[in-house]
Design a protein around this ligand. Structure first.
Ligand code: HEC
Length: 222
């Protein structure tokens, strides 16, 4: 009897601990699965408003042909108070373009340089070389593997188009492979444009070019 007792306990004990393990394991499985669902749920909730915002944005930026009417007086009349409601929010004002500073733009463009070369004749990196990109044709670099979205855009990169593109690249051209979050500050964008303009054989008058009607965001609007 005294010999069977401990054995009995041992057996009981191991059964207990085995079931304990099982309970623990299944509990953490439930927690893990729960976490996955919570994360998935959260991300859909978090992604949805952004997607709605993104979807809303091209709609307001696509009818660019309609924009010059409202953009031109905005430039002339300095209606800087209502850029969020009027025209496309990413458009740069004459004031911002007048103040645009290439040296400041170069510092901001350090972010672009992760993927782009700006100097004449230098090769593509993750993105195409950007020498002389203002008023150049879209998908300008021969041999670069553009996304279908950008390859089929047609048209040219006007000052306001670039401003809108670098505001929120994927919202402006859905399907672009430019993996860059964007520059929310308009003066940052104006400064980068001044830097782009400096890296060109034929720099333009940014203010004058900025007042011109923009090309549609994508081919569908043509
Ligand atoms: C993470 C890499 C990355 C960063 C950062 C980045 N780009 Fe790009 N960029 C790309 C890629 C890739 C393309 C090609 C897009 C496509 O084919 O969809 C591109 C395309 C472009 C184009 C169109 C060129 C053409 O030939 O049509 C412009 C203009 C541009 N980028 C400007 C900028 C500017 C300005 C910045 C910084 C504010 C910047 N990019 C930051 C990767 C990047």
């Amino acid at each position: 009897m005294p010999a069977s007792h401990p054995t009995c306990r041992l057996v009981k004990g191991s059964v207990m601990s085995v079931s304990g393990l099982t309970i623990k394991a299944s509990a953490s499985l439930v927690i893990a699965v729960g976490l996955v669902f919570v994360t998935l749920g959260l991300s859909t909730v978090l992604v949805k408003p952004a997607a709605v915002g993104d979807a809303a944005y091209p709609l307001s930026s696509v009818p660019v042909a309609a924009a010059p009417a409202s953009a031109a007086p905005a430039a002339g009349g300095k209606a800087a108070a209502a850029p969020a409601a009027a025209a496309a929010p990413a458009d740069l004002t004459a004031d911002q373009l007048t103040k645009a500073d290439a040296a400041a733009g170069q510092k901001i463009a350090a972010k672009c340089m992760v993927c782009h070369n700006f100097a004449k004749g230098t090769p593509a990196k993750v993105g195409p070389n950007l020498w002389g990109i203002i008023n150049n044709k879209r998908a300008h670099m021969e041999g670069f593997a553009y996304s279908d979205a950008v390859a089929h855009l047609g048209g040219t990169w006007t000052v306001q188009n670039i401003a809108r593109f670098i505001f929120k690249p994927k919202a402006y051209i859905s399907g672009t492979k430019m993996g860059f979050g964007g520059l929310p500050d308009p003066q940052d964008r104006a400064n980068v444009l001044a830097f782009l303009n400096q890296n060109s054989d034929a720099p333009v008058d940014l203010v004058k070019e900025g007042a011109k009607p923009s090309e549609p965001a994508d081919g569908s609007a043509k």
